[in-house]
Design a protein around this ligand. Structure first.
Ligand code: ATP
Length: 337
């Protein structure tokens, strides 16, 4: 079977981009024959950029509830919280010791932060914690612990997957003596899945506070966020540039090609932005509205989510614990931890 693995950082409320870019396709992938899916709440990753404990804890519940409400079969997939698996930070340390610092120096996320500091003439490492610097190694541990074959990611993550492969090869070379402990994972870029723009036109992201919430706040919050999407100043009756508008990009993620074509034509024929926003809301509601009650019910009973996550952690550890024992022995640590 092919092992597919993906995680969502628990640093805020899940948004339309997380849904269309990760949650919806991951649920679809998990129903394919021959696929073993591993999906997790990346709460160790959240600590890199978020020092608000309540936000991390709340986000974890919201993301788990979202996945379940959207139809994930938690009996079929392995569904867990990263921090319930002590094997992950343990493997992360072992991998840290085989990773060249120079490799991490080249990571985009770290380099972007350094460049920003240099641009404002601050110390290059100002405000950069070691978590941000070495987070590709934590990501490698997430993936390699389960020897995932495929990791569906956005384009910005391609480099980190290459780093995971580098780290895995290095470990195999150093300790394998002919046996490969780790599978080299492959990225899976789904051309159909677009990166959704946020309210301000940048990538919709929890860290930019430009998101359209999926369930939180109900249909009202969704509508009020959609009304805040930035558009140009063309009046109703004037032809709109559909391709260039964020609104159209969002609409396409929730409609069939035929519906999108019709919407585009209406925009080009002068549909007003207000009416276009109402149509977008309606389209999104049709898809996610029916999931909302289930989400609310789960959020009202966090203990149910907790039970599901505990069962998921147990299932994950049935694979992780024995594999970790093998890896410990390979590097010369006591094998039964
Ligand atoms: P953060 O700002 O904390 O990095 P994020 O909202 O950008 O959060 P992640 O938790 O890093 O999202 O990503 C979870 C998943 O959601 C990933 O698979 C990512 O590709 C997907 N995703 C995030 N933002 C978008 C977006 N705007 N469009 C499509 N997919 C997205």
């Amino acid at each position: 079977n092919t092992r597919v693995l993906t995680g969502i950082t628990t640093s805020g409320t899940p948004h339309l981009g997380n849904y269309a870019g990760a949650i919806r396709p991951s649920i679809q992938a998990s129903t394919q024959p021959g696929v073993d899916a591993f999906y997790f709440m990346a709460d160790y990753h959240a600590l890199i950029k978020c020092d608000d404990p309540q936000r991390v804890a709340r986000s974890r519940l919201e993301i788990a509830a979202t996945w379940i409400a959207a139809g994930l079969d938690t009996d079929k997939v392995t569904f867990y919280r990263q921090s319930d698996l002590p094997e992950i930070p343990e493997l992360c340390w072992i991998l840290t010791c085989v990773t060249a610092k120079g490799l991490m120096n080249r990571a985009h996320a770290y380099k972007a932060s350094v460049d920003q500091n240099v641009a404002r003439q601050a110390d290059p490492d100002d405000g950069i914690n070691m978590g941000l610097f070495s987070y590709p190694i934590l990501m490698a541990a997430d993936i390699l612990l389960f020897n995932a074959h495929k990791v569906p990611v956005g384009r910005d993550q391609i480099q980190h997957l290459e780093m995971t492969r580098d780290i895995a090869s290095r470990f195999n070379h150093l300790y394998g003596h002919g046996t490969d402990f780790f599978v080299l994972p492959e990225v899976q870029i789904d051309e159909e899945v677009a990166t959704l723009p946020g309210l301000d036109g940048r990538k919709m992201s929890k860290s930019y506070d430009n998101t359209i919430p999926l369930f939180e706040g109900g249909a009202k919050a969704l509508r009020s966020a959609v009304m805040r999407i930035v558009t140009d100043s063309r009046e109703p009756g004037e032809p709109k540039d559909a391709e260039g508008s964020h609104l159209y990009a969002l609409y396409r993620a929730f409609a069939t090609p035929a519906e999108s074509g019709a919407f585009r034509l209406q925009l080009e024929q002068g549909l007003g932005w207000g009416d276009a926003k109402a149509m977008l809301c309606e389209r999104i509601e049709q898809e996610i509205g029916p999931m909302r009650d289930r989400y609310a019910e789960l959020m009202a009973h966090p203990e149910r989510i907790e039970d599901i996550l505990q069962a998921g952690a147990e299932k994950a550890r049935r694979l992780a614990t024995p594999f970790m024992a093998v890896l410990r022995e390979a590097v010369g640590l006591r094998s039964s931890a």
